[in-house]
Design a protein around this ligand. Structure first.
Ligand code: KMH
Ligand code: ZN
Length: 273
């Protein structure tokens, strides 16, 4: 099996310091959390940004400052800025980090319920995001919350509307209102992807580590972090993103998977920048 690529989603757009005081908002806090995850074994940091009061933003300059600061603290790390942002943001707002020409960025593959909200990714939005990533030579991480999302993006890739093979998928399972985080659902999705693709599993909430263990055993990659899960185990808040990554590293060691460095992850993901 390939080495395991661990992504840390250190911040997200929805979680708050009231839920876990270690959730980062400021530049210094973002660097602290990124470094804790990187030092623990994360090759990739998935980046959302906030203003200092915790308000989510897609402001290009905020992304620039935070991504530069993370790169300095975590040499060689792969950054995947979010183009999902927070529910209710416009597509133009959400696209701003692509103007910084990152090597990767997320591309969300369809509309879905998101707790009490609706996360809107209609076809015109997805075509615009695909066009931007083709123009700016950005490899998308295709975020699929539902089975239909995967089918949609595979069809768009066939039509040349989004970057094609080799594609990287992130199966984000367990968002309230979407496909649950079970190994069975993950297995179904993985069987649908084209040969030569790579994939990551993200379990939201209490099933985060069950899904991580399944992904490690199946030969996929894992995302953890405060965006997805605030606890190390039931009722035990994680003190840092690093602690969540450390738990994945322990599971991987037990199951015989080695951890990929950022450059090994670049080779596995066929990154060309
Ligand atoms: N915050 C969610 C509404 C992404 O990063 O691309 C969307 C999200 C997906 O987090
Ligand atoms: Zn995200």
């Amino acid at each position: 099996m390939e080495k395991l690529i661990i992504t840390a989603a250190i911040c997200g757009a929805e979680v708050t310091k009231e839920q876990n005081p270690a959730v980062p908002y400021t530049i210094e806090e973002m660097v602290r959390e990124a470094k804790s995850a990187f030092d623990a074994g994360a090759a990739i940091i998935h980046v959302h940004v906030r203003w200092d009061d915790g308000t989510p933003t897609q402001d290009k300059e905020r992304f620039r400052v935070i991504m530069d600061a993370i790169r300095e603290a975590c040499p060689g790390v792969i950054l995947i800025p979010s183009t999902g942002g927070a529910t209710g943001m416009t597509p133009e707002e959400r696209l701003q980090p692509t103007e910084l020409f990152p090597e990767m960025a997320t591309l969300d593959c369809g509309t879905c319920n998101f707790g009490d909200d609706i996360f809107v990714n209609d076809m015109p939005t997805m075509r615009a995001f695909g066009k931007r990533m083709l123009e700016n030579n950005i490899k998308p991480e295709y975020e699929c919350f539902e089975i239909g999302h995967l089918d949609t993006i595979l069809t768009m890739a066939k039509k040349g509307q989004v970057p094609g093979a080799p594609m990287q998928f992130n199966f984000v399972l367990g968002v309230p209102g979407c496909t649950p985080a079970t190994p069975g659902h993950l297995d179904y999705l993985v069987k649908m992807i084209p040969a030569g693709s790579t994939w990551t599993a993200t379990g939201i909430g209490r099933n985060a580590f069950t899904l991580a263990a399944a992904a490690i055993a199946m030969g996929g990659n894992v995302r953890v972090g405060f965006e997805d899960n605030l606890n190390l185990s039931r009722g035990v808040p994680a003190k840092s993103n690093g602690q969540l990554v450390e738990k994945v590293v322990r599971l991987a060691r037990e199951l015989g998977r080695e951890i990929a460095t950022p450059d090994e992850a670049r080779a596995i993901l066929s990154l060309n920048k």
